[in-house]
Structures are given as structure tokens and as C-alpha cells.
Design a binder for this molecule. Structure first.
Ligand code: 13P
Ligand code: SF4
Length: 351
């Protein structure tokens, strides 16, 4: 059945020719990733979006990525996500109602718009990017978070960072901010569960959100690897917990992880703390150079929503496009898209 889908994908692609471009995130399974014209991390893929010429942009990734593609592409281009259920559980941990409530709560203690720069990780819905656009804020990715935080502090004295507490904490820590000045803001508790003094003393308020995939990695996994391979290196994504980041030799985005391991000396050994599909592919690619690439967990840490984009859905959506039927289009409402574009353009300019 998979062979049949692969043949259908190739046939539909041929019919569509240059009218179609396929973008793929590194976490996609090999069975669809092989069809990507361009692949990358969130920053690299965003940069492609404003320079593509095709009529259809099919996104192999999750919902927020396709939204960014729609916001940054031309109005006449059509962005398609092969399965609309491909969301991001971390992005779902912050929604507009909760962010607006937090804005109102914080405004009781300080003047939010004069004191706090809201910074949203790109893993968030378009309406939250629009919220940041409206309140002098910005978007960041795992590649540019520290630079973006610096920009945030150049505007105002504090930052509200959502939805990933781990990326916010690690990036703040690298800038020299003490951990106690980065308390967790729990949007489900009155005043985020913090005292007025904690809010006044905070440099970064970290939204209580995380990635369910990256939270599976543990320091014990690193200790075991180092005991077995004392000369090995550990590399992790900044969505992993603080104790994993601080015990890693390198921390960075998916693109950074791929580049660092690919450019390392032949024969080196690596423990990699990020999603399984990326690590499996990298391990295969590094075999000819005799590099050992080991996944950080004994538990299967696949991003289940990324995995929703499979050959069946890809074949179905491409065949429809080839017949002139647009299915699963991602279209951000115009007023949101305008404000969200402001923050994305700001991010691209800063980074
Ligand atoms: P990157 O931008 O590093 O590819 O990360 C995106 C993501 O969702 C990681 O879980
Ligand atoms: Fe979202 Fe985590 Fe999946 Fe990345 S790995 S898309 S943060 S759920």
C-alpha cells in the first residue's frame, strides 16, 4: 500500500510541475520527507516562505508552520496541510483567552504595555503572534531565541515568554539571568500563582508550557551514555528540560543538531536529544562516516502529530490539487495575518 501511495504522489507531482512546492520539517517521517523540495527547522522554513513562486505550497509539518507559510507567502498562493489534525501539543498550551487573561492580571500589578515585551515561540497559533504584534512583542524560534530576548529587553524591562518554559529558561540562562528571576507563570492560577513581589522582581515570566516529546529525555540517559562512551558528545534541542540542556555539550535547533553532527570528525559518538525521526535519519546518514548516533531515550519519542502527515494524506491532497480541488487549505484571517506578519518580519529583521 505504501508503494502504491508513493507512485500516486510521484504521478500527482508530475502533473502539478512547477505549480507545486513541498516544504518539510526535519521531524517528518522518511516516507514523506523524501518528497520535500526544501527542508529545514522552523526559521529556515519561514525564510523560504516569502521567496517561493509556486501556486501551491504543501507543508509537511504541523499546523502553526503552515500558518506561518500562509502569513509570509503572497496572498495568491495557497498553503495546504495534508492532515488538519497535525497540530502541536505545546502550541495548544497557550491560547488567546489565557494570554489575554494573563495580560489583564499582570496589568493589575504593572503597566503591561510599558513594562513587558510579550515573546511567543513560533510554536504558537497565529492569533498569539497577532497579540504580540498588537502589544509591541515579537516571535522567536529555537535558533534565535537569545537574540530575540535581547531585542525584547532593549524595548522593555521584562519579558512574558510563551508557550515553552524550557526554551525561555535556557535562553535566559545563557544571557546570565538568574533562575530565580525567571519564575513560572501558571495561566490557570490567579496571578499566575506568583506573588506581587515575584512579578516585580522577575526578568522573564515563563509560561507553564512544554513539549510532551522533549520532556521525556532525562539526565540519567546522559549519565548512562557518558559511562558507556566517555569520549562521546551530547547534543540536545532547547525544548528539553534545563537539567538536560545544562548536561549537554551542545544545545540548538534541529538544523543546528544536523549540522553539528554532520560536520563532526568521522568515528565520533553522539547522543541526540530530539525527535526520533530526525535521529533515525541522521544515524543512517552518518553510518558511512562510522559515526555512532544514539537516540537519548529508551522510550519511543516520536511527535505523534507530525506523524499524522503520512503518504496516504500526501497522495490524497496532491491528487486533489492536480484535479484543481483545493483541500485542507490553511488560511489565517486577514486582520490576524497582518499583525502576525508584523511580528514575524520583526523577528526576521532581528535575526
Ligand atoms: P526547530 O525550529 O528547531 O526545528 O524546532 C521545531 C519544533 O517543533 C521542535 O520540537
Ligand atoms: Fe510540537 Fe513538540 Fe511536536 Fe515540536 S516535537 S511539533 S514542540 S509537540
Amino acid at each position: 500500500q505504501d508503494d502504491d501511495c508513493q507512485a500516486r504522489i510521484l504521478a500527482a507531482r508530475q502533473k502539478l510541475g512547477k505549480r507545486l512546492v513541498i516544504l518539510g520539517h526535519h521531524y517528518q517521517h522518511e516516507s514523506v520527507y523524501r518528497h520535500a523540495d526544501y527542508s529545514g527547522d522552523s526559521l529556515k522554513l519561514s525564510k523560504y516562505c516569502d521567496s517561493l513562486d509556486a501556486e501551491y505550497i504543501v507543508f509537511l509539518g504541523v499546523h502553526f508552520m503552515a500558518e506561518v507559510a500562509d502569513i509570509l507567502s503572497r496572498p495568491d498562493q495557497i498553503v495546504v496541510l495534508p492532515d488538519l489534525a497535525a497540530g502541536c501539543s505545546m502550541a495548544d498550551m497557550a491560547n488567546l483567552a489565557k494570554v489575554e487573561r494573563s495580560y489583564r492580571e499582570l496589568s493589575k500589578v504593572l503597566n503591561f504595555d510599558e513594562t513587558i515585551t510579550p515573546v511567543t515561540y513560533i510554536n504558537s497559533a497565529a492569533d498569539l503572534k497577532a497579540f504580540c504584534g498588537e502589544h509591541g512583542g515579537i516571535v522567536c524560534t529555537s535558533t534565535n531565541a537569545s537574540k530575540i530576548l535581547e531585542w525584547g529587553f532593549s524595548q522593555r524591562e521584562k519579558i512574558l515568554f510563551f508557550p515553552d518554559q524550557h526554551l525561555g529558561r535556557w535562553s535566559g540562562y545563557k544571557m546570565g539571568i538568574p533562575l530565580e528571576q525567571m519564575p513560572v507563570w501558571d495561566p490557570d492560577l490567579p496571578m499566575g500563582g506568583l506573588t506581587e513581589q515575584q512579578i516585580k522582581d522577575a526578568k522573564i515570566l515563563l509560561w507553564k508550557g512544554h513539549c510532551s516529546v522533549h520532556q521525556m529525555f532525562r539526565k540519567q540517559n546522559i549519565d548512562q551514555f557518558r559511562a558507556q562512551h566517555p569520549d562521546g558528545k551530547v547534543i540536545s534541542h532547547p525544548e528539553t528540560a534545563f537539567e538536560v540542556c545544562i548536561n549537554s555539550d551542545y544545545v540548538g535547533s534541529t538544523e543546528y543538531i544536523l549540522r553539528t553532527v554532520s560536520e563532526a570528525e568521522p568515528g565520533t559518538k553522539w547522543l541526540v536529544g530530539t525527535e526520533l525521526n530526525l535521529v533515525t535519519r541522521l544515524a543512517e546518514e552518518m553510518k558511512p562516516q562510522n559515526k555512532l548516533v544514539q537516540f537519548m531515550s529508551h522510550v519511543v519519542c516520536e511527535c505523534s502529530t507530525m506523524a499524522r502527515i503520512d503518504p496516504q494524506h500526501l497522495a490524497w491532497c496532491l491528487e486533489n490539487l492536480a484535479e484543481g480541488n483545493v483541500v485542507n487549505q490553511i488560511k489565517v484571517p486577514e486582520h490576524e495575518a497582518k499583525l502576525a506578519k508584523l511580528t514575524l518580519d520583526r523577528m526576521l529583521a532581528v535575526s
